[in-house]
Design a protein around this ligand. Structure first.
Ligand code: MG
Length: 467
């Protein structure tokens, strides 16, 4: 597939890609399957590519994630579906670029005074799995809307425990400027509520204990649901600023409070995997760990690291969207490292394949089923990946090539810089996007333009929700 893509005309390649996806679903019976395996998605907030031991962090200690990666499949080329929080979450849960659901735009994310939210017409993983007999729980940050129709229990989840939006929203009126990015933020600085099944149980939420309480909730549900198929969407509040860690972790990491919160999340991952082992369901539970976007670099010491990649959260440079991705299912997933190109939207079709369901035919799905890669070590169909900022397509990747049609730092300058011809980088030889080689490879730009045109001709933008 890899070579074919480059030799064929764009449309033929797209047809072959579509056929490959269709055929891979038609061949469902050939994939060895465990009856209705569980799915646990552990989703961090603003964790960078370079913030875990198994991704090269020299200072943040993540023994549980390192072990998860050693026992599972670690992706080098895994992407969040957007450069910031709300669109990224909408895309993960629906398998669709956020442009299709309208969950993206100039305001970038939902705020407490936003009127929009994930439209009821969107089908989440929880909704797709429900008729197949799955119970679903959301734990942690939601950030997909607070109004009827958009809330967790309205979007297919049977249980929900966590924050309705980011932990830096709803700040106290007298909060000093920059408090959220402080190394020692005030505990009562933000009036963000903690909700259980839509009801406020604590306000302001005590953020120092959130990771521990989320983890207890997850472990409790695993125990309770061990005899039935379930989907657990565990979306951590941290390491999004303001950073809080429990007493056991605060002040312990060489990387400061940012490292403390990541090390506590690592502890949490260990607790979840231990619970799955203890209940005897590890072999029939796919756990996927990833992040919603890159590190929030403008937060300085309170922001993470994108490792070798350029820029961070908010941008469509690699640092904004290339994130850790680790799949774990002992005895089912071959341990290793893969450089296959994959992204968060792939979890939707992967979940449906695991559960033995079909993709909904009423909506366009942008992800592909990862199970041939996870369980059989096969290559995925070659396909382009599109980097959106808000509702604008800024860049596209095809194989190792990435073209930027527009660039803009994640935060700061209000206007994007247009590039005609686009900037072109070879991510294999130049992962840090330092050497623009557009002039030497006009034929690659033609291919990428074709892929973009194909994609855009099939996109019907959803009603904007982030006004
Ligand atoms: Mg985020």
């Amino acid at each position: 597939m890899r070579t074919l893509w480059f030799r064929r005309a764009g449309s033929a390649a797209m047809i072959s890609w579509t056929l490959a996806v269709v055929c891979s679903f038609a061949a469902a019976a050939e994939t060895p399957s465990v009856d209705k395996p569980n799915l646990v998605v552990i989703f961090t907030d603003d964790l960078g590519y370079g913030d875990l031991g198994c991704y090269g962090s020299p200072t943040i200690r993540t023994p549980n994630l390192d072990r998860m990666a050693a026992e599972g499949l670690r992706f080098t080329d895994f992407y969040s579906a957007a450069e910031v929080c709300t669109p990224s979450r909408a895309a993960l849960l629906t398998g669709r670029y956020p442009i299709r659901s309208g969950m993206c735009g100039n305001r970038r994310v939902l705020f407490p005074n936003s009127e929009g939210g994930l439209p009821p017409s969107e089908i989440t993983i929880a909704e797709a799995l429900k008729p197949l007999g799955y119970a679903s729980a959301h734990i942690g940050k939601w950030h997909l809307g607070i109004h009827p129709g958009a809330r967790p229990l309205d979007q297919g989840f049977d249980r929900s425990f966590g924050l309705p939006y980011s932990n830096d929203m709803d700040g106290r009126a007298d909060l000093p400027r920059g408090a959220s990015g402080s190394a020692d933020p005030p505990r009562d600085g933000w009036n963000v509520p903690l909700l259980r099944d839509g009801e406020v149980v604590e306000r302001p939420a005590d953020q120092t204990t959130l990771t521990r309480r989320y983890t207890e909730e997850a472990v409790g549900l695993i125990r309770q649901w061990k005899d039935r198929p379930f989907f657990l969407y565990f979306a951590h509040t941290f390491p999004h600023v303001p950073l809080f860690a429990s007493a056991e972790f605060k002040g312990k990491s060489p990387a400061g409070i940012y490292g403390d919160t990541v090390e506590e999340i690592d502890w949490s991952v260990g607790q979840v995997l231990d619970a799955l082992r203890r209940e005897g369901i590890a072999e029939r539970t796919l756990v996927f760990f990833t992040s919603d976007n890159g590190p929030w670099l403008v937060m300085g010491d309170q922001g993470g690291s994108a490792g070798p990649f350029r820029e961070g959260k908010g941008s469509t440079w690699e640092g904004g969207m290339r994130v850790p991705g680790i799949a774990w299912m002992p005895g089912r997933i071959r341990p290793g490292v893969t450089s296959e190109l994959a992204n968060a939207m792939d979890l939707f079709p992967t979940a449906l394949r695991l559960a033995g369901g079909a993709l909904p035919d009423s909506v366009a799905i942008d992800g592909v089923d990862l199970s041939p890669l996870l369980f059989e070590g096969k290559s995925l169909p070659q396909r382009p990946f599109f980097y959106y900022r808000g509702d604008q397509l800024f860049a596209a990747r095809l194989g190792q090539w990435k073209a930027h049609f527009r660039t803009q730092p994640g935060y700061g300058p209000p206007k994007a810089e247009e590039h005609e011809p686009p900037m072109l980088f070879h991510l294999g030889r130049d992962p840090s996007e330092k050497r623009d080689v557009a002039a030497a490879h006009p034929e690659v730009i033609v291919q990428i333009r074709q892929a973009v045109a194909e994609h855009q001709s099939g996109v019907v933008p959803g009603k904007p929700q982030l006004k």
